[in-house]
Write a new protein. Structure first.
Length: 583
């Protein structure tokens, strides 16, 4: 049972920072002395893994079958995903992980976001004339590579919660890397699409891994071996610090600093990396409490702002088959995205008005816009009390990433979103894995046209803003209800919010909620995925929305929900190749 939930009504606006580490620390001061003890949840309930690839799901299930904790399974899932779904996440990337410990009731956010090199300046992505660099010069460049954080983050979470040996988490990945795995259709599509995206020939390791000698991309079904990856997972199994110090770290830095377009990351940056435990950002929504990751992730704030904006409205009465239901979802998304774009960045470096954005009075003022019957003319950020208007953000966006959920038989939950940022990250490899291009999640321009500083500007040691939205929902008794999340760049927030409204308000199963067409309303254009009912599209257009309809959307939603009788049901996004399965 989540202990801090008993404090929710005592805090203004229902915003709660769920503290980490121990049950005692999890009690906010406002709740001190309330005399509420955590219930000890008994072991051996149902378990489940929902992830984007069957090999990864199987590895996670094997860890659970061996008596592993959800975090042991997460290590197995991540190390296999980095091999079989390298376009999305891996050992060279970063992640945010929400961990719910059923026995203590603690909820902890583990922040494994990449950091910029100590020497990075706000001009990181500007050319000599002060103009933003193009795609190849910024993304497919050493400049974009931050210190990979996923491995350090998993090691920290394992030290806190692991039941199996750390090394066991790499067995499945090592075996698959040595024996080979069949390239999936989705991976084959990205390999074929890789060459035209940039000068792949510059990077022999990636070229040799994915192409024949005559330059033909390897097809789906090809048995791919990756001995370098096996060597890496062996080294990490022996000591996770092998990624941050020693020969593997040196190989990473060689790849970063390789010509052309060398980056500034150094061995000192790698050695200095720290994963961070953070307070989860939780807010009440109707009869539930919705928890997500705080800055530098924008997911926890923005998903909760969308829900807060919808709360005054009876969403159950306006279901997914109504124009009105989608109108409200669109307007709430536009308002919350505008705030997110304006204010959210690494709160260790800039002031982020987290409490102001989620304050009940502020949200109620913002929600007045939704009471209209026609489309809001534009989507501009609000200004929470006591906050000055920041510079206009110029952070670009590109899809990659993977999300998975694990519930173990003790009822512990992992909700983890993990990324190398763009497809295959920077395209540069070391140790059999791809290096991220996460630093392009900073605003390319550090100031706006009026010279105002942009909160998400690059800076030495800073973490770029993320859209990742790993989410866990609890009921009013503090019992786990569901965990959800998705890849998809800034659309992650809309994809995740859609599933929450779908399940909590519209009564859908996880799978039905995943399969609803994605609707992404950021800025003045509303993207609507193929499959939306024509009458809804016509109705939205008649209200004055500018629609970009019948398009594909790159979500990869994975969900596990616990029903009242304790049964687990899951959902896997058919837009990807995943599964939700029990051991
Ligand atoms: N790098 C992005 C972020 O952290 C995610 C990219 C994606 O989902 O494709 O927000």
């Amino acid at each position: 049972m989540l202990r801090f939930l008993f404090a929710t009504t005592a805090l203004a606006g229902g915003l709660i920072l769920a503290s980490c580490s121990s049950a005692d620390e999890a009690m906010p001061e406002t709740n001190a002395g309330a005399g509420i003890e955590a219930e000890v949840t008994s072991a051996s309930g149902p378990a489940m893994v929902a992830a984007a690839n069957p090999h990864a799901v199987e590895a996670g299930l094997d860890a659970l079958r061996a008596g592993g904790d959800a975090i042991d399974a997460a290590i197995a899932v991540q190390s296999v995903l980095g091999l079989v779904e390298p376009q999305s996440s891996g050992l060279g990337g970063g992640a945010f992980l929400l961990y719910y410990d059923a026995q203590s009731g603690d909820l902890t956010v583990y922040d494994g976001r990449e950091t910029a090199p100590a020497t990075a300046t706000p001009e990181l992505f500007l050319d000599l004339n002060g103009q933003p660099l193009g795609f190849v010069e910024s993304v497919l460049s050493g400049h974009s590579i931050g210190v990979p954080g996923a491995v350090a983050m998993l090691a920290m979470a394992h030290a806190d919660h692991g039941a199996l040996d750390w090394a066991d988490g790499f067995d499945a990945a090592t075996g698959l890397a040595e024996d080979g795995f069949e390239i999936s259709p989705r991976l084959a599509g990205f390999i074929a699409g890789m060459a035209p995206r940039g000068p792949l020939d510059e990077w022999p390791a990636s070229r040799d891994y994915f192409f024949t000698d005559d330059g033909t991309p390897l097809p789906a079904g090809h048995l791919l071996r990756n001995p370098a990856y096996a060597e890496t997972t062996r080294a990490l199994a022996a000591d996770w610090r092998a990624l941050y110090e020693g020969p593997l770290a040196a190989a990473i830095i060689d790849a970063v600093q390789d010509e052309p377009r060398p980056g500034g990351l150094t061995l000192t940056d790698l050695a200095a990396y720290q994963a961070v435990r953070r307070d989860a950002l939780c807010r009440d929504y109707r009869e539930w409490t919705v928890c997500g990751a705080p800055p530098p992730a924008s997911g926890g704030i923005t998903v909760n702002e969308i829900l807060g904006l919808l709360e005054p409205y009876d969403m159950t009465a306006t279901g997914p088959d109504t124009v009105e239901g989608w109108r409200r979802f669109i307007e709430a998304s536009r308002l919350a995205y505008a705030d997110r774009d304006a204010y959210v960045a690494d709160a260790d470096f800039v002031d982020v008005p987290v409490a102001g954005l989620l304050d009940a009075d502020y949200i109620n003022r913002r929600a007045l816009g939704i009471s209209r019957t026609t489309a809001l003319p534009t989507s501009v950020p609000g200004i929470p009390d006591g906050v000055s208007e920041p510079g206009a953000d110029a952070t670009p966006d590109s899809p990659g990433t993977s999300h998975f959920v694990i519930v173990d038989s003790d009822g512990d939950v992992v909700s983890m979103t993990t990324t190398v940022e763009s497809v295959f990250g920077s395209h540069r490899m070391a140790g059999g894995f791809f290096l991220n291009n996460q630093l392009t999640d900073f605003s390319r321009a550090p100031t706006d046209a009026e010279g105002r500083v942009v909160p998400n500007a690059p800076e030495g040691g800073k973490r770029p803003r993320s859209s990742m939205s790993p989410t866990i929902v609890f009921d009013r008794d503090g019992e786990f209800v569901l965990a959800t999340g998705s890849p998809g760049g800034s659309s992650i927030i809309a994809y995740t919010a859609k599933t929450l409204v779908g399940m909590l308000d519209w009564g859908l199963t996880p799978q039905q909620a995943i399969e609803l067409p994605n609707v992404v309303a950021r800025g003045d254009i509303v993207r609507v995925e193929d499959g939306m009912d024509a009458n809804i599209l016509a109705g939205l257009a008649a209200l004055g929305f500018t629609l970009d309809a019948n398009r594909g959307e790159n979500s990869g939603l994975h969900i596990v929900r616990r029903l009242e009788d304790g049964t687990l049901i899951g959902g896997a996004d058919p837009r990807r190749e995943g599964q939700a399965r029990q051991p």
